[in-house]
Design a protein around this ligand. Structure first.
Ligand code: FES
Length: 105
């Protein structure tokens, strides 16, 4: 699948916020930090719990289950290091947020 999928608008996820969106069978968390929107699968690499009910503060996304911490700008693990979120490509077209699901779709 090569399509970009409509994931909402910039009004749905303001700067400093994150939100969950379901794109078909794929659950995604959008993070709006440092003026950019980033998209990740809404699944923690630890034990696959959803990240979206967690906390986003100072560009750090904390999983609510066991408090692993990730850099919301890159998806890289901060605590512990050596982990990473599954990152998805994002394009903003006007107000629309488009996410590329790649092989996930
Ligand atoms: S499932 Fe996210 S820290 Fe354990």
């Amino acid at each position: 699948m090569t399509d970009w999928v409509d994931a909402g608008t910039l009004d749905d996820v303001w700067e400093g916020e994150m939100c969950a969106v379901s794109l078909g069978a794929v659950d995604v968390v959008l993070c709006h930090v440092d003026g950019e929107v980033h998209a990740y699968r809404d699944r923690c690499p630890h034990l696959a719990n959803p990240l979206s009910p967690g906390e986003l503060r100072d560009n750090l996304l904390t999983c609510p289950a066991h408090e692993w911490v990730f850099d919301a700008r890159t998806g890289r693990g901060v605590n512990p290091e050596g982990t990473a979120l599954h990152r998805l490509s994002v394009r903003v077209d006007g107000e629309r947020i488009l996410v590329h699901l790649g092989q996930l779709g």
